[in-house]
Design a protein around this ligand. Structure first.
Ligand code: MN
Length: 497
Protein backbone atom coordinates (compact mmCIF):
# COMPACT_ATOMS: atom_id res chain seq x y z
CA UNK A 1 0.00 0.00 0.00
CA UNK A 2 1.06 3.56 -0.51
CA UNK A 3 1.66 5.78 2.48
CA UNK A 4 -1.29 8.06 1.83
CA UNK A 5 -2.06 8.62 5.48
CA UNK A 6 1.25 10.31 6.20
CA UNK A 7 1.03 13.96 7.24
CA UNK A 8 2.67 16.73 5.27
CA UNK A 9 6.32 17.01 6.19
CA UNK A 10 7.33 20.53 7.04
CA UNK A 11 10.99 19.86 6.46
CA UNK A 12 10.18 19.09 2.85
CA UNK A 13 8.17 22.27 2.52
CA UNK A 14 11.08 24.41 3.57
CA UNK A 15 13.29 22.81 0.95
CA UNK A 16 10.93 23.92 -1.78
CA UNK A 17 12.05 27.51 -1.53
CA UNK A 18 8.55 28.73 -0.89
CA UNK A 19 8.42 32.42 -0.14
CA UNK A 20 6.50 32.95 3.06
CA UNK A 21 5.03 36.16 1.71
CA UNK A 22 1.58 35.74 0.31
CA UNK A 23 0.82 39.24 -0.97
CA UNK A 24 0.08 39.60 -4.62
CA UNK A 25 3.32 40.66 -6.24
CA UNK A 26 4.13 43.59 -8.42
CA UNK A 27 5.47 42.68 -11.81
CA UNK A 28 8.97 43.81 -12.76
CA UNK A 29 7.71 44.60 -16.27
CA UNK A 30 6.93 48.16 -17.35
CA UNK A 31 3.49 49.03 -15.95
CA UNK A 32 1.91 48.99 -19.41
CA UNK A 33 2.52 45.23 -19.67
CA UNK A 34 0.89 42.27 -17.97
CA UNK A 35 2.09 38.67 -17.70
CA UNK A 36 -0.22 35.86 -18.80
CA UNK A 37 0.91 32.51 -17.45
CA UNK A 38 -0.61 29.04 -17.53
CA UNK A 39 1.14 26.07 -15.96
CA UNK A 40 1.22 22.39 -16.85
CA UNK A 41 2.33 20.37 -13.86
CA UNK A 42 3.20 16.69 -14.16
CA UNK A 43 3.04 14.76 -10.90
CA UNK A 44 4.06 11.12 -10.49
CA UNK A 45 1.37 9.20 -8.65
CA UNK A 46 2.24 7.41 -5.42
CA UNK A 47 1.30 3.90 -6.55
CA UNK A 48 3.11 0.63 -5.91
CA UNK A 49 3.13 -0.34 -9.58
CA UNK A 50 3.09 1.36 -12.97
CA UNK A 51 0.16 2.81 -14.93
CA UNK A 52 -0.41 -0.19 -17.21
CA UNK A 53 1.96 -2.91 -15.98
CA UNK A 54 2.87 -4.76 -12.78
CA UNK A 55 6.44 -3.33 -12.79
CA UNK A 56 7.42 -1.47 -9.63
CA UNK A 57 6.95 2.30 -9.41
CA UNK A 58 9.99 3.24 -7.38
CA UNK A 59 12.56 6.05 -7.56
CA UNK A 60 16.25 5.35 -7.22
CA UNK A 61 16.44 1.66 -8.22
CA UNK A 62 19.31 0.27 -10.33
CA UNK A 63 18.64 1.34 -13.94
CA UNK A 64 16.40 -1.00 -15.96
CA UNK A 65 15.37 -3.21 -13.03
CA UNK A 66 11.76 -1.99 -12.68
CA UNK A 67 10.70 -3.10 -16.14
CA UNK A 68 8.13 -5.37 -17.70
CA UNK A 69 7.32 -6.28 -21.33
CA UNK A 70 4.43 -3.76 -21.31
CA UNK A 71 6.63 -0.77 -20.40
CA UNK A 72 9.24 -1.88 -22.93
CA UNK A 73 6.57 -1.86 -25.64
CA UNK A 74 7.32 -5.43 -26.68
CA UNK A 75 5.08 -6.79 -29.47
CA UNK A 76 2.03 -8.67 -28.29
CA UNK A 77 1.80 -7.02 -24.88
CA UNK A 78 -1.39 -5.35 -23.68
CA UNK A 79 -1.81 -2.59 -21.09
CA UNK A 80 -4.05 -3.02 -18.02
CA UNK A 81 -5.19 0.10 -16.14
CA UNK A 82 -3.93 0.47 -12.54
CA UNK A 83 -7.04 1.02 -10.42
CA UNK A 84 -5.07 2.72 -7.65
CA UNK A 85 -3.77 5.28 -10.15
CA UNK A 86 -7.34 6.06 -11.20
CA UNK A 87 -8.40 6.41 -7.56
CA UNK A 88 -5.52 8.78 -6.73
CA UNK A 89 -6.30 10.83 -9.85
CA UNK A 90 -9.93 11.15 -8.77
CA UNK A 91 -8.79 12.17 -5.27
CA UNK A 92 -6.75 14.97 -6.74
CA UNK A 93 -9.52 15.97 -9.15
CA UNK A 94 -12.01 16.29 -6.31
CA UNK A 95 -9.53 18.24 -4.19
CA UNK A 96 -9.17 20.63 -7.14
CA UNK A 97 -12.96 21.02 -7.34
CA UNK A 98 -13.07 19.32 -10.75
CA UNK A 99 -15.93 17.55 -12.44
CA UNK A 100 -14.96 13.86 -12.65
CA UNK A 101 -16.17 12.21 -15.84
CA UNK A 102 -16.06 9.11 -18.01
CA UNK A 103 -12.72 9.30 -19.77
CA UNK A 104 -10.84 7.80 -22.68
CA UNK A 105 -7.14 6.97 -23.07
CA UNK A 106 -5.52 8.23 -26.26
CA UNK A 107 -2.26 7.62 -28.03
CA UNK A 108 0.02 10.61 -28.42
CA UNK A 109 2.40 9.67 -31.21
CA UNK A 110 5.98 10.85 -31.39
CA UNK A 111 9.41 9.31 -31.50
CA UNK A 112 11.95 9.40 -28.71
CA UNK A 113 14.39 6.65 -27.69
CA UNK A 114 13.20 6.66 -24.06
CA UNK A 115 9.64 5.90 -25.20
CA UNK A 116 9.83 2.44 -26.72
CA UNK A 117 6.25 2.22 -28.06
CA UNK A 118 6.74 5.43 -30.07
CA UNK A 119 3.56 6.70 -28.49
CA UNK A 120 2.63 7.83 -25.01
CA UNK A 121 -0.70 6.76 -23.54
CA UNK A 122 -2.38 9.93 -22.39
CA UNK A 123 -5.86 11.46 -22.47
CA UNK A 124 -6.96 13.93 -25.09
CA UNK A 125 -10.53 15.11 -25.68
CA UNK A 126 -12.05 13.10 -22.79
CA UNK A 127 -9.83 13.67 -19.73
CA UNK A 128 -10.80 12.33 -16.28
CA UNK A 129 -11.04 15.68 -14.44
CA UNK A 130 -12.22 19.00 -15.91
CA UNK A 131 -13.28 22.52 -14.88
CA UNK A 132 -11.75 22.86 -11.42
CA UNK A 133 -10.12 25.65 -9.46
CA UNK A 134 -7.50 26.18 -6.82
CA UNK A 135 -7.52 29.01 -4.29
CA UNK A 136 -4.18 30.49 -3.29
CA UNK A 137 -3.38 31.63 0.24
CA UNK A 138 -3.66 35.19 -1.11
CA UNK A 139 -7.32 34.47 -1.89
CA UNK A 140 -6.78 34.64 -5.67
CA UNK A 141 -8.37 31.75 -7.57
CA UNK A 142 -6.65 29.95 -10.47
CA UNK A 143 -8.83 27.96 -12.86
CA UNK A 144 -7.97 24.32 -13.59
CA UNK A 145 -8.77 23.34 -17.16
CA UNK A 146 -8.12 19.63 -16.74
CA UNK A 147 -6.21 17.01 -14.78
CA UNK A 148 -5.68 13.92 -16.91
CA UNK A 149 -3.93 10.57 -16.50
CA UNK A 150 -0.97 9.48 -18.58
CA UNK A 151 2.22 7.44 -18.39
CA UNK A 152 5.75 8.77 -17.91
CA UNK A 153 8.56 8.17 -20.39
CA UNK A 154 11.93 6.59 -19.63
CA UNK A 155 14.95 8.70 -18.85
CA UNK A 156 17.83 9.45 -21.23
CA UNK A 157 21.29 10.39 -20.05
CA UNK A 158 23.41 12.06 -22.74
CA UNK A 159 27.03 11.35 -21.96
CA UNK A 160 29.28 14.23 -22.97
CA UNK A 161 30.65 17.48 -21.73
CA UNK A 162 27.40 19.48 -21.72
CA UNK A 163 24.99 16.67 -20.96
CA UNK A 164 23.02 17.77 -24.03
CA UNK A 165 22.14 15.44 -26.86
CA UNK A 166 23.86 17.54 -29.55
CA UNK A 167 27.44 16.98 -28.43
CA UNK A 168 27.00 13.69 -26.57
CA UNK A 169 29.36 10.80 -27.37
CA UNK A 170 26.56 8.36 -26.59
CA UNK A 171 23.31 8.16 -24.66
CA UNK A 172 22.03 5.80 -21.98
CA UNK A 173 18.38 4.95 -21.48
CA UNK A 174 16.78 3.89 -18.19
CA UNK A 175 13.29 2.43 -18.55
CA UNK A 176 12.51 2.36 -14.83
CA UNK A 177 10.44 5.52 -15.27
CA UNK A 178 8.74 4.33 -18.48
CA UNK A 179 5.09 3.76 -17.65
CA UNK A 180 5.10 5.40 -14.21
CA UNK A 181 1.61 6.85 -13.64
CA UNK A 182 1.34 10.60 -14.04
CA UNK A 183 -1.35 13.14 -13.53
CA UNK A 184 -1.00 16.27 -15.65
CA UNK A 185 -2.69 19.33 -14.19
CA UNK A 186 -3.31 22.12 -16.69
CA UNK A 187 -4.23 25.55 -15.36
CA UNK A 188 -6.02 28.33 -17.19
CA UNK A 189 -3.77 31.29 -18.07
CA UNK A 190 -4.87 33.02 -14.86
CA UNK A 191 -1.44 33.50 -13.28
CA UNK A 192 -0.02 37.03 -13.39
CA UNK A 193 3.55 36.82 -12.21
CA UNK A 194 6.47 34.66 -11.05
CA UNK A 195 5.63 34.82 -7.34
CA UNK A 196 2.06 33.81 -8.01
CA UNK A 197 3.27 30.95 -10.23
CA UNK A 198 5.46 29.70 -7.39
CA UNK A 199 2.60 30.07 -4.95
CA UNK A 200 0.32 28.07 -7.26
CA UNK A 201 2.80 25.20 -7.60
CA UNK A 202 3.51 25.19 -3.86
CA UNK A 203 -0.21 25.00 -3.10
CA UNK A 204 -0.72 22.27 -5.69
CA UNK A 205 2.17 20.37 -4.13
CA UNK A 206 0.56 20.67 -0.67
CA UNK A 207 -2.73 19.35 -2.07
CA UNK A 208 -1.05 16.45 -3.90
CA UNK A 209 0.67 15.41 -0.68
CA UNK A 210 -2.38 16.00 1.52
CA UNK A 211 -4.60 13.70 -0.55
CA UNK A 212 -1.81 11.12 -0.95
CA UNK A 213 -1.75 11.37 -4.75
CA UNK A 214 1.99 12.06 -4.98
CA UNK A 215 5.06 12.55 -2.80
CA UNK A 216 5.51 15.87 -4.65
CA UNK A 217 9.32 15.74 -4.63
CA UNK A 218 10.91 18.13 -7.12
CA UNK A 219 14.32 16.70 -6.37
CA UNK A 220 13.26 13.21 -7.49
CA UNK A 221 11.37 14.43 -10.55
CA UNK A 222 7.96 13.60 -9.02
CA UNK A 223 6.92 17.16 -9.87
CA UNK A 224 7.79 18.84 -13.17
CA UNK A 225 6.53 22.18 -14.36
CA UNK A 226 6.15 23.59 -17.87
CA UNK A 227 5.17 27.24 -18.10
CA UNK A 228 3.15 28.74 -20.97
CA UNK A 229 4.17 32.37 -20.97
CA UNK A 230 3.00 35.43 -22.89
CA UNK A 231 2.52 39.14 -22.23
CA UNK A 232 -0.12 41.66 -23.25
CA UNK A 233 -0.90 45.32 -22.70
CA UNK A 234 -2.13 45.72 -19.12
CA UNK A 235 -5.90 45.66 -18.86
CA UNK A 236 -6.51 43.98 -22.23
CA UNK A 237 -7.93 40.46 -22.39
CA UNK A 238 -6.26 39.32 -25.58
CA UNK A 239 -4.08 36.22 -25.60
CA UNK A 240 -0.86 36.77 -27.53
CA UNK A 241 1.64 34.24 -28.85
CA UNK A 242 2.94 32.10 -26.02
CA UNK A 243 6.11 30.11 -25.51
CA UNK A 244 6.28 26.94 -23.49
CA UNK A 245 9.25 26.95 -21.12
CA UNK A 246 10.39 23.45 -20.18
CA UNK A 247 13.06 21.98 -17.95
CA UNK A 248 12.11 23.97 -14.87
CA UNK A 249 13.19 21.89 -11.88
CA UNK A 250 12.52 24.01 -8.83
CA UNK A 251 10.27 26.82 -7.70
CA UNK A 252 13.18 29.22 -7.80
CA UNK A 253 13.91 28.31 -11.42
CA UNK A 254 10.24 28.73 -12.26
CA UNK A 255 10.26 32.30 -10.99
CA UNK A 256 13.49 33.14 -12.79
CA UNK A 257 12.35 31.54 -16.06
CA UNK A 258 9.10 33.54 -16.04
CA UNK A 259 10.96 36.80 -15.32
CA UNK A 260 13.34 36.18 -18.16
CA UNK A 261 10.81 34.98 -20.70
CA UNK A 262 8.25 37.76 -20.15
CA UNK A 263 10.96 40.40 -20.42
CA UNK A 264 12.11 38.79 -23.67
CA UNK A 265 8.58 39.07 -25.09
CA UNK A 266 8.25 42.72 -24.07
CA UNK A 267 11.64 43.53 -25.60
CA UNK A 268 10.58 41.87 -28.87
CA UNK A 269 7.31 43.83 -29.02
CA UNK A 270 9.07 47.11 -28.16
CA UNK A 271 11.53 46.46 -31.00
CA UNK A 272 8.62 46.08 -33.42
CA UNK A 273 9.12 42.32 -33.57
CA UNK A 274 7.09 39.49 -32.09
CA UNK A 275 7.78 36.12 -30.42
CA UNK A 276 7.13 32.90 -32.33
CA UNK A 277 5.24 30.02 -30.77
CA UNK A 278 7.86 27.51 -29.71
CA UNK A 279 9.14 25.28 -26.95
CA UNK A 280 12.03 26.84 -25.04
CA UNK A 281 14.34 25.32 -22.47
CA UNK A 282 15.37 26.98 -19.24
CA UNK A 283 19.14 27.18 -18.92
CA UNK A 284 19.75 27.36 -15.19
CA UNK A 285 23.40 28.37 -15.40
CA UNK A 286 22.93 30.91 -18.17
CA UNK A 287 19.84 32.31 -16.44
CA UNK A 288 17.96 32.37 -19.76
CA UNK A 289 15.63 30.38 -22.00
CA UNK A 290 16.82 28.89 -25.29
CA UNK A 291 14.78 27.97 -28.35
CA UNK A 292 13.96 24.28 -28.73
CA UNK A 293 11.74 22.78 -31.38
CA UNK A 294 9.00 24.96 -32.79
CA UNK A 295 5.89 24.03 -30.85
CA UNK A 296 3.88 21.14 -32.21
CA UNK A 297 0.21 21.63 -32.84
CA UNK A 298 -2.03 18.92 -31.43
CA UNK A 299 -2.50 17.42 -34.92
CA UNK A 300 1.24 16.71 -35.13
CA UNK A 301 0.75 14.08 -32.42
CA UNK A 302 -2.00 12.28 -34.39
CA UNK A 303 -3.98 11.61 -31.22
CA UNK A 304 -6.50 8.76 -31.41
CA UNK A 305 -8.30 6.62 -28.82
CA UNK A 306 -6.13 3.72 -27.69
CA UNK A 307 -7.83 0.58 -29.04
CA UNK A 308 -6.12 -1.55 -26.35
CA UNK A 309 -7.94 0.20 -23.51
CA UNK A 310 -11.61 0.60 -22.65
CA UNK A 311 -12.95 3.94 -21.37
CA UNK A 312 -12.82 4.44 -17.58
CA UNK A 313 -16.26 5.27 -16.22
CA UNK A 314 -16.13 5.82 -12.44
CA UNK A 315 -19.50 5.26 -10.78
CA UNK A 316 -21.11 8.13 -8.83
CA UNK A 317 -20.98 5.91 -5.70
CA UNK A 318 -17.24 5.39 -6.04
CA UNK A 319 -16.62 9.11 -6.61
CA UNK A 320 -18.74 9.92 -3.54
CA UNK A 321 -16.88 7.36 -1.44
CA UNK A 322 -13.56 8.95 -2.46
CA UNK A 323 -14.92 12.43 -1.72
CA UNK A 324 -15.87 11.33 1.79
CA UNK A 325 -12.38 10.02 2.42
CA UNK A 326 -10.58 13.27 1.52
CA UNK A 327 -8.58 14.91 4.33
CA UNK A 328 -9.00 18.54 5.38
CA UNK A 329 -7.33 20.50 2.59
CA UNK A 330 -4.77 23.31 3.05
CA UNK A 331 -7.32 25.96 2.04
CA UNK A 332 -9.76 24.74 4.69
CA UNK A 333 -6.98 24.53 7.26
CA UNK A 334 -6.08 28.19 6.61
CA UNK A 335 -9.73 29.25 6.73
CA UNK A 336 -10.22 27.53 10.08
CA UNK A 337 -7.45 29.64 11.64
CA UNK A 338 -8.83 32.82 10.07
CA UNK A 339 -12.27 32.00 11.47
CA UNK A 340 -10.67 31.53 14.89
CA UNK A 341 -9.21 35.04 14.76
CA UNK A 342 -5.89 34.80 12.89
CA UNK A 343 -4.83 36.93 9.93
CA UNK A 344 -4.71 35.35 6.45
CA UNK A 345 -0.95 35.72 6.30
CA UNK A 346 -0.31 34.20 9.73
CA UNK A 347 -2.68 31.33 8.92
CA UNK A 348 -0.89 30.62 5.63
CA UNK A 349 2.46 30.46 7.38
CA UNK A 350 1.09 28.13 10.08
CA UNK A 351 -0.22 25.72 7.44
CA UNK A 352 3.01 25.92 5.48
CA UNK A 353 4.89 24.90 8.64
CA UNK A 354 2.32 22.23 9.41
CA UNK A 355 1.72 23.84 12.81
CA UNK A 356 -1.87 24.91 12.15
CA UNK A 357 -3.41 22.03 14.10
CA UNK A 358 -1.29 22.88 17.13
CA UNK A 359 -2.20 26.57 16.86
CA UNK A 360 -5.88 25.77 16.35
CA UNK A 361 -5.99 23.45 19.37
CA UNK A 362 -4.23 26.02 21.56
CA UNK A 363 -6.63 28.72 20.41
CA UNK A 364 -9.58 26.42 21.11
CA UNK A 365 -8.29 26.22 24.69
CA UNK A 366 -8.40 29.96 25.09
CA UNK A 367 -4.99 31.08 23.85
CA UNK A 368 -4.97 34.53 22.24
CA UNK A 369 -4.95 33.99 18.42
CA UNK A 370 -2.57 36.80 17.57
CA UNK A 371 -0.02 35.81 20.22
CA UNK A 372 -0.34 32.12 19.36
CA UNK A 373 0.31 32.70 15.65
CA UNK A 374 3.15 35.09 16.46
CA UNK A 375 4.93 32.26 18.26
CA UNK A 376 4.29 29.97 15.28
CA UNK A 377 5.78 32.58 12.95
CA UNK A 378 8.75 33.70 15.04
CA UNK A 379 9.68 31.02 17.55
CA UNK A 380 8.56 27.64 16.24
CA UNK A 381 10.45 27.14 12.98
CA UNK A 382 12.41 24.44 14.79
CA UNK A 383 12.58 20.66 14.83
CA UNK A 384 10.18 19.12 17.31
CA UNK A 385 7.71 22.00 17.27
CA UNK A 386 5.01 19.61 16.01
CA UNK A 387 5.30 17.52 19.15
CA UNK A 388 4.37 20.41 21.44
CA UNK A 389 1.40 19.63 23.65
CA UNK A 390 -1.45 22.02 22.67
CA UNK A 391 -2.59 22.47 26.30
CA UNK A 392 0.92 23.41 27.36
CA UNK A 393 1.20 25.78 24.43
CA UNK A 394 -2.13 27.38 25.36
CA UNK A 395 -0.97 27.65 28.98
CA UNK A 396 2.21 29.46 27.92
CA UNK A 397 0.31 31.97 25.80
CA UNK A 398 -2.10 32.58 28.66
CA UNK A 399 0.77 33.15 31.12
CA UNK A 400 2.19 35.68 28.70
CA UNK A 401 -1.00 37.58 27.91
CA UNK A 402 -1.89 37.52 31.61
CA UNK A 403 1.35 39.33 32.43
CA UNK A 404 2.94 36.35 34.22
CA UNK A 405 5.75 36.19 31.66
CA UNK A 406 7.37 38.83 29.48
CA UNK A 407 7.68 38.23 25.74
CA UNK A 408 11.37 37.43 26.12
CA UNK A 409 10.72 35.00 28.95
CA UNK A 410 7.89 33.33 27.04
CA UNK A 411 10.21 32.77 24.11
CA UNK A 412 12.79 31.11 26.35
CA UNK A 413 10.20 28.95 28.09
CA UNK A 414 8.76 27.90 24.73
CA UNK A 415 12.17 26.82 23.47
CA UNK A 416 12.62 24.66 26.55
CA UNK A 417 9.11 23.23 26.18
CA UNK A 418 9.99 22.04 22.66
CA UNK A 419 13.20 20.50 23.96
CA UNK A 420 11.93 18.82 27.13
CA UNK A 421 8.15 18.60 26.81
CA UNK A 422 7.84 20.09 30.31
CA UNK A 423 4.95 22.34 31.37
CA UNK A 424 5.46 26.11 31.02
CA UNK A 425 4.65 26.81 34.69
CA UNK A 426 7.36 24.38 35.87
CA UNK A 427 9.96 25.77 33.49
CA UNK A 428 9.16 29.36 34.47
CA UNK A 429 9.39 28.51 38.18
CA UNK A 430 12.66 26.65 37.70
CA UNK A 431 14.19 29.60 35.89
CA UNK A 432 12.86 32.02 38.51
CA UNK A 433 10.60 33.68 35.96
CA UNK A 434 8.00 34.63 38.53
CA UNK A 435 5.98 37.63 37.56
CA UNK A 436 7.68 40.63 39.08
CA UNK A 437 5.33 42.59 41.34
CA UNK A 438 5.17 46.23 40.38
CA UNK A 439 5.89 47.19 43.99
CA UNK A 440 9.08 45.17 43.73
CA UNK A 441 9.96 46.98 40.55
CA UNK A 442 9.26 50.31 42.17
CA UNK A 443 11.55 49.51 45.09
CA UNK A 444 14.31 48.65 42.65
CA UNK A 445 13.84 51.91 40.78
CA UNK A 446 13.96 53.92 44.00
CA UNK A 447 17.36 52.41 44.73
CA UNK A 448 18.60 53.28 41.23
CA UNK A 449 17.33 56.87 41.51
CA UNK A 450 19.13 57.25 44.85
CA UNK A 451 22.36 56.10 43.20
CA UNK A 452 21.99 58.39 40.16
CA UNK A 453 20.19 61.56 41.33
CA UNK A 454 21.69 63.72 38.58
CA UNK A 455 20.47 61.52 35.76
CA UNK A 456 17.10 61.29 37.39
CA UNK A 457 16.52 65.03 37.62
CA UNK A 458 17.65 65.49 33.99
CA UNK A 459 15.24 62.74 32.98
CA UNK A 460 12.41 64.45 34.89
CA UNK A 461 13.27 67.72 33.10
CA UNK A 462 12.67 65.98 29.79
CA UNK A 463 15.98 64.45 28.68
CA UNK A 464 14.23 61.55 26.97
CA UNK A 465 17.33 59.55 26.04
CA UNK A 466 17.89 58.78 29.72
CA UNK A 467 14.89 56.46 29.53
CA UNK A 468 17.29 53.92 28.06
CA UNK A 469 19.72 54.41 30.93
CA UNK A 470 17.10 53.68 33.62
CA UNK A 471 15.55 50.81 31.67
CA UNK A 472 19.00 49.30 31.29
CA UNK A 473 19.74 49.62 35.01
CA UNK A 474 16.51 47.84 35.93
CA UNK A 475 17.07 45.11 33.35
CA UNK A 476 20.58 44.61 34.71
CA UNK A 477 19.31 44.35 38.26
CA UNK A 478 16.59 41.85 37.27
CA UNK A 479 18.77 39.89 34.83
CA UNK A 480 16.43 40.85 32.00
CA UNK A 481 13.32 39.52 33.66
CA UNK A 482 11.41 42.75 34.08
CA UNK A 483 8.74 43.60 31.55
CA UNK A 484 9.83 46.51 29.32
CA UNK A 485 6.30 47.85 29.12
CA UNK A 486 5.96 47.84 32.92
CA UNK A 487 9.23 49.72 33.30
CA UNK A 488 8.14 52.39 30.81
CA UNK A 489 4.86 52.80 32.65
CA UNK A 490 6.60 53.11 35.99
CA UNK A 491 9.18 55.63 34.70
CA UNK A 492 6.41 57.78 33.22
CA UNK A 493 4.41 57.69 36.46
CA UNK A 494 7.36 58.45 38.71
CA UNK A 495 8.89 61.25 36.64
CA UNK A 496 5.49 62.96 36.30
CA UNK A 497 4.78 62.64 40.00
MN1 MN B 1 1.97 15.41 -20.45
Amino acid sequence: MTDIEQPVSSTMLSAWEVDSKVERETSHLPAEWEMVIGLEVHAELATETKMFSPARNHFGSEPNTNVHPVCLGLPGTLPVVNGKAVELSIRLGLALNCHVQRCVFARKNYFYPDMPKDYQISQYDRPLNINGWLELASGHTIGIERAHMEEDTGKSTHVGESGRIHDAGYSLVDYNRAGVPLIEIVSHPDIRGPEEAKEYVAELQRILIAVGASDGKFEEGSLRVDANVSVRPAGSDELRTRCEVKNVNSLRSLGRAIQYETQRHVDLYLAGDRPVQETRHWDEEGGRTRAGRSKEQAEDYRYFPDPDLVPVDPSPEWIEEIRQSLPVLPRERRQRLVDAGGTAQAAALAVERDLDQLAFDAMSQGADPERTLKHVANNLAVDGAQTLDPSNFAELVKLETGGGLTATQAKQVLAEMVETGNAPGDIAAQRGFEAMESSELEGLLDGIIAASPDEWSRFCEGEAKLQGFFTGQIMKATKGQADGKEIAKLLAQKSAG
